[in-house]
Design a protein around this ligand. Structure first.
Ligand code: HAM
Length: 438
């Protein structure tokens, strides 16, 4: 009995859909979704091998958690998805996870050093474009409770190792130090003085940035600002002895591990909480505005800002969306095959396909089947489309004889298996498949 409305395959849609994803938000469909999951699996393998455990925190936090990142940051002042819930709480969808991890540290008081990794979606109300979305995913790590520069090196090295594990070859590493909080504060004042003394030469956009956060003027890519940015005071001239020694140790560690890097004294990054080490991984292929695949740094002070004891911290987050675009551009880390091992074709109209797929799945093989008791031709089309290595075919003759036909579906398999198609007793199906698939 045919119960469906048409042939297997594409269904004809005639109307424009009433609903689509909101701007900057995307559906991740198979097989791409399998690639996303594998991405996270690789990240888990790399970080868990270094003693990091996964932290899973809510998508929503009290708005205040993120406000402690600092109001001068666009992420906080302009891009937050915040609202008042039914209980009157002012909450926000997380724009990043570092503040959530620090909040969790203060709440649960785990033993230090606390080494955690995470993955999940973040939300920022940004102007969508390639590599920049309103909902995007990150993987990241944080280490709380130690200011040992060896941890800075370990954290950076894990990011580097992860990119290598994906197969990316064109990623470059930029590092900088923003010094101790007092160094940073003196530097910010020196920058303000420098830019204010030359205000007429500064672009209108940078004048606005200067009023909010002079450090971010260094990020300007506008040609008009280039001479003033180049002539700006350098952070290295403001380091305390302690900050200089910390940065020396970090660079020495990277050299010891053979990780190539460039010191970029203008690398301030978009978030306000950074102290001491900051770093960024840049892709070789994306537009310059989106080529920051990931980044991080030390944020000594954030745990305190969230009501905890003075606790140093360092970490990074890598954008999944952007890193996969870089993988596409470099032709590495392709989506894994989601094809099943076996496709069952059953024209008997009974329960053969049901029981055979159940038996195969229970034995650890992946198996799919056709539905709606279609013709042999139509079911074989489905088998081909499925990408399965073998079709297991049951018609009325086989049912009567207690056999099944096993047919290789890919040319390379027919060549390898001596007999190509085989008629196999139903009871020997598993053994036969195990043999031909090994
Ligand atoms: P972030 O630089 O804001 O740092 O974001 C890290 C990465 O997330 C970026 O390099 C980028 O790949 C990705 N990303 C950011 N915004 C978007 C977007 N709108 N669309 C697509 N991808 C995006 C942080 O989030 C810090 N929490 C990193 C950190 C961890 N620092 C210390 N610990």
């Amino acid at each position: 009995m045919v119960t469906g409305s048409g042939r297997p395959g594409p269904i004809a849609f005639t109307t424009v859909p009433e609903f689509q994803t909101s701007p900057g938000m995307r559906d991740i469909l198979p097989p791409e979704s399998a690639r996303w999951r594998r991405f996270v699996d690789v990240f888990a393998r790399v970080t868990e091998a270094a003693g990091y455990g996964q932290v899973m925190s809510p998508l929503l936090e009290d708005l205040g958690v993120f406000q402690r990142i600092g109001d001068a940051t666009d992420v906080v002042s302009k891009e937050m998805y915040d609202f008042v819930d039914k209980g009157g709480r002012h909450i926000a969808l997380r724009p990043e996870l570092t503040a959530s991890v620090c909040r969790a540290f203060v709440q649960h008081r785990p033993l230090a050093p606390w080494k955690v990794w995470y993955t999940g979606s973040m939300f920022r109300y940004e102007k969508p474009q390639r590599g920049r979305y309103r909902q995007f995913d990150q993987v990241g790590i944080e280490v709380l409770g130690t200011d040992d520069p060896n941890v800075d090196v370990e954290v950076i090295a894990l990011g580097w190792e992860f990119y290598r594990a994906l197969g990316l070859q064109q990623v470059t590493l930029l590092v900088n130090s923003l010094g101790e909080p007092e160094d940073r504060a003196r530097y910010v004042e020196a920058l303000r003085t420098h830019f204010e003394a030359n205000l007429a030469d500064l672009s209108e956009e940078s004048k606005v940035t200067l009023g909010k956060n002079p450090l971010r003027v260094l990020d300007s890519k506008r040609p008009q600002d280039a001479p003033l940015v180049a002539a700006a005071p350098k952070i290295a001239d403001f380091y305390s002895e302690k900050a200089a020694a910390h940065f020396d140790a970090v660079r020495a560690g990277l050299v010891a591990l053979g990780i190539p890097f460039t010191v970029d004294t203008k690398l301030v990054r978009g978030l306000d909480y950074y102290r001491y080490t900051t770093f960024e991984f840049q892709g070789g292929t994306l537009d310059s505005a989106q080529n920051a695949l990931g980044g991080g740094g030390r944020y000594d002070g954030l745990v305190e800002a969230l009501g905890g004891p003075a606790t140093p911290g360092i970490g990074f987050a890598l954008g999944l969306d952007r890193t996969l675009l870089a993988c596409d551009d470099e032709g590495v880390f392709a989506a894994p095959s989601t094809a099943v091992d076996v496709f069952v074709v059953d024209t008997t109209g009974g329960t053969e396909a049901l029981t055979i797929t159940a038996q195969l799945r229970a034995a650890g093989l992946s198996a799919d089947r056709a539905y709606e008791n279609r013709s042999m031709k139509s079911q074989m089309k489905g088998a081909d489309r499925s990408g399965a290595a073998f079709a297991v075919i049951v018609g009325s003759n086989e049912l009567e004889a207690g056999t099944v036909v096993v047919r290789p579906l890919r040319a390379e398999l027919s060549d390898d298996t001596a007999s190509g198609q085989a008629v196999v007793p139903r009871t020997d199906l598993l053994d036969h498949l195990t043999k031909v698939m090994s």
